[in-house]
Design a protein around this ligand. Sequence first.
Ligand code: GRF
Length: 190
Amino acid sequence: MVFKIGILISGNGSNMLNIINACQTNFLSSEVKLVISSNTKAQGIKKARRKKINTLTIEEKKFHTKNHFEEEILKSLIKHDVNLLCLAGYMKILSKEFLKKWKYDILNIHPSLLPAFKGIDAPKQALDLGVKFSGCTVHYVNEDVDCGKIIDQRFVKIDKKESLTSLKKKILKEEHKLYINVIGKLEKEV
Ligand code: GRF
């Protein structure tokens, strides 16, 4: 199946850019229809615009309630005909109400080998505990944060003198491969 992808971001957008590039170079058959940022300062928005992708910034603080904020996201996704939602560094939690209303799959990428190190600062959690391997996971999004069914993972080895910066960089490199491979796999399966 060829997806019409919507991507939610809040920051740098390197995974987002990688998905856009994969679509534009035909590594993937799908198309990125819309990128929505929850944050006006997100670098990712500029990157998406340079790639001629429709972008929107929808900030929660502009709405009276989280529900209104998410209604606006939902409306925009529907308007752009999106049928696969990818979270890529989206720093907000989608509410149960949103998940009920959204009829298609939602994917997220997380910088650890889930179920280890859920939540924020996953690479730091891994370093602090002294694990020897970490990595990244793409999973379906459900009501419980970082708990949805795992689709695929890639691992990295943590060296003796690994710094947080070098670990994050290593993981991000694997994330870029993982996310587009998962979408490619879903294109073939669905
Ligand atoms: C990634 O590490 C991803 O796993 C996490 O947020 C980070 C986003 O990075 N969810 P980027 O914005 O895609 O560069």
